[in-house]
Design a protein around this ligand. Sequence first.
Ligand code: ADP
Ligand code: ADP
Length: 224
Amino acid sequence: MIEIEGLVHRYGDTAAVDGVTLSLADGEYVVLAGPNGSGKSTLVRHLNALLEPDEGEVRVDGVPAHEDPVAARTAVGMTFQDPRDGFVAATVRADVTFGPENLGLPRDEIERRADAALAAVNLDGRGDERIDALSGGERTRVAVAGALAMEPDHLVLDEPFAGLDWPARRELLARLDDLVAGGTGVLVVTHDLRDHLERADRVVVLRDGRVALDAPPERARDRL
Ligand code: ADP
Ligand code: ADP
């Protein structure tokens, strides 16, 4: 369970997130939309304690994220808007095993997690390939696998569909459906709601750093 309460984040004098209260239940599929600059990326960076609140707080399973960043990062896996920024290794499998290695897990557990994560994004058998030789959609899936290998309760994906064609989007959407069915909470940041209205439990729209809408997709559709 993620609870965001009265969250304010300022860059200088400007509040990019301006008093957001929102909760994300385990196993829930939530879409976070809103125009460019509405504060989406800033908000999600608080969910695993990459930023500190100026006011308010984010609690992950009851614990303030800024008080226990390691717990927050264990519970909340994140991929970033431009997956080129997020890779730490040259090959697919090395990138996916990096996180579990840093947790100090035993080797067989690391390999088990990497196998499961790569299978979940349909990259099984491709661990030895170089990331820089992959397509945009495949790179996004590597980033998702890296987050999954941490076995988070929640997966936060910042614009995972940017630059993906429809077959690649459909593929990733199917994977997200599988994850939600398996009990993982999913928060997808997007400025394009088209693919999500049928599958999301809730649509949250930010505008100028505030929640302009928090509703089931049927009601969000009426407002679009
Ligand atoms: P941009 O100008 O960056 O494309 P938009 O203002 O069109 O941003 O909004 C981005 C997304 O958020 C779109 O999918 C839009 O439909 C949705 N959206 C924006 N405001 C609302 C609102 N008040 N209620 C529901 N959806 C909204
Ligand atoms: P979104 O993800 O919805 O596009 P962001 O969270 O990236 O929104 O940005 C929200 C606002 O904060 C924008 O006005 C943006 O210009 C500003 N902003 C984002 N990051 C920084 C930063 N590192 N320093 C100063 N301003 C920033």
